[in-house]
Design a protein around this ligand. Structure first.
Ligand code: ZN
Length: 434
């Protein structure tokens, strides 16, 4: 633990230019104590007023706890660079509110003194209701502050529905069933929607194949119905929050997520924050053009990345190549056929991996997240899929000595998205730094 803290602290300092070493990978910033070291930790343009100092520090402390796991007050003080007294002042109200709990005791050291305990999220903390609304189904569950998933409910959204109120009835029915299985009242609802979202108004702008939800004020409707705080965001941004807290993005200050399946979207975590763009308009990387005068995209343009690197594309290609059951093809089956030596499948897999890598290289060139986690159907292609994508991705990168660039497959997308949806509301309520 000490080594980890030293490493992360050194990286934290290096980010602010006061210590040499590797570039920062941790998303936790130091805490701010009245009057000292503030020049190092807070950018000049955003001074923190006395009124917001408490919530900001509370958020940073909880983020540090997620990054390090169960920790003592002394660990937290060292990691965040403040005194144990400051930590104690932040921790006590969180213990009183049963957000945190004292865990196992650490034996006192040779110098004696009061035995320390490790702090972690309380089992009695109110859970969060997470909602994942996709084109054809809705998935709800309770997420504990430790990321445990319970009381899952799934309902189909039939394509024959014609009105937003019909869909909302299905969504709220699912939420209701999940909430009633909780022994505690819920903290709030975090909803991740597969579509274009206005994060300021909490409305769905466009959901592609399910147009009857376009313009639907889902946050306002859920708040009205359940009387708890609600946060709504795009599903890929929920994935990045889930990865940041519980997945491969843990402890990272910069990384990207790319979802490749029925659609193609991206999300960015930059300088310790989720980057949304104006009113949540960012992340539409699927509509960056990779082929001039290429295939027609549903957005009305031609040659978007989405037109050559989604399930729709591999299924059309499989049909033209005469592969069996092209309508049911996915990355998993394509790799299976390629492993069996079916030549058309081997060729299609190579082409798919190349098409995916082109957009990933564009993303790396522009933003340099240096870590890209893939989600969606592409994950089912496993190691072979990742190796093929990675090979052509690396071929396209500029040669910059010393850069460590990582490409990885994410966890099962529903779990990550549900945890991320819960993370969205928790960040808002507890003032996390994301
Ligand atoms: Zn497009």
């Amino acid at each position: 633990m000490d080594l980890l803290i030293r490493r992360l602290r050194q990286q934290d300092l290096s980010e602010h230019g006061t210590a040499p070493g590797d570039r920062d990978r941790t998303g936790s910033a130091g805490l701010v104590e009245g009057g000292q070291n503030t020049h190092r930790l807070i950018p000049a343009q955003s001074l923190i007023s006395a009124g917001t100092l408490g919530p900001a520090n509370r958020g940073r402390l909880l983020q540090a706890l997620y990054d390090m796991g169960p920790s003592s007050r002394a660990d937290l003080a060292r990691f965040t660079g403040v005194s144990r007294g400051t930590i104690g002042g932040i921790v006590q109200p969180l213990l009183d509110q049963r957000i945190l709990a004292e865990g196992e005791a650490i034996p006192p050291n040779q110098a004696g003194g009061k035995p320390a305990t490790k702090l972690w999220f309380s089992k009695e903390a109110k859970p969060i209701c997470a909602v994942l609304l996709m084109h054809d189904r809705v998935h709800t569950c309770l997420v504990s502050l430790e990321g445990e998933i319970n009381a899952e409910n799934v309902a189909e959204v039939p394509q024959a529905l014609t009105g937003a109120s019909d869909v909302f009835q299905i969504v709220s029915g699912c939420v209701e069933r999940t909430i009633t299985s909780s022994s505690y009242p819920i903290l709030g609802i975090g909803a991740a929607v597969a579509g274009m979202i206005d994060t300021e108004t909490g409305s769905i702008l466009r959901t592609g194949p399910v147009p009857y939800l376009d313009g639907f004020p889902i946050r306002a409707e859920l708040t009205k119905k359940f009387g708890v705080p609600v946060v709504v965001d795009q599903d890929t941004r929920a994935l990045i929050v889930g990865d940041r807290w519980f997945g491969q993005g843990r402890g990272r200050r910069n990384f990207a997520v790319v979802y490749i399946g029925e659609t193609l979207r991206g999300a960015l975590f930059l300088n310790g924050h989720v980057h949304r763009g104006a009113a949540g308009a960012g992340g539409e990387i699927g509509h960056t053009i990779v082929q001039l005068n290429g295939r027609a995209c549903h957005c009305g343009r031609r040659g978007c990345w989405e037109t050559v690197a989604t399930l729709k594309w591999i299924r059309e290609k499989a049909r033209s190549k005469g592969l069996p059951q092209p309508h049911a093809l996915n990355a998993g089956r394509l790799v299976m056929l390629a492993n069996q030596g079916v030549k058309e499948a081997v060729d299609l897999l190579d082409e798919y991996a190349f098409n995916v890598s082109v957009g990933l290289a564009n993303l790396q060139h522009l933003i340099a997240p240096n870590c890209i986690i893939l989600h969606g159907d592409v994950v089912h292609g496993g190691r072979r899929m990742l190796d093929l994508i990675e090979r052509s991705f690396r071929d396209q990168l500029l040669d910059r000595p010393g850069d460590e660039i990582r490409l990885a497959l994410g966890d099962s997308e529903n779990v990550a998205a549900l945890r991320g949806a819960a993370g969205l509301i928790l960040s808002e309520l507890l003032n996390f730094v994301i």
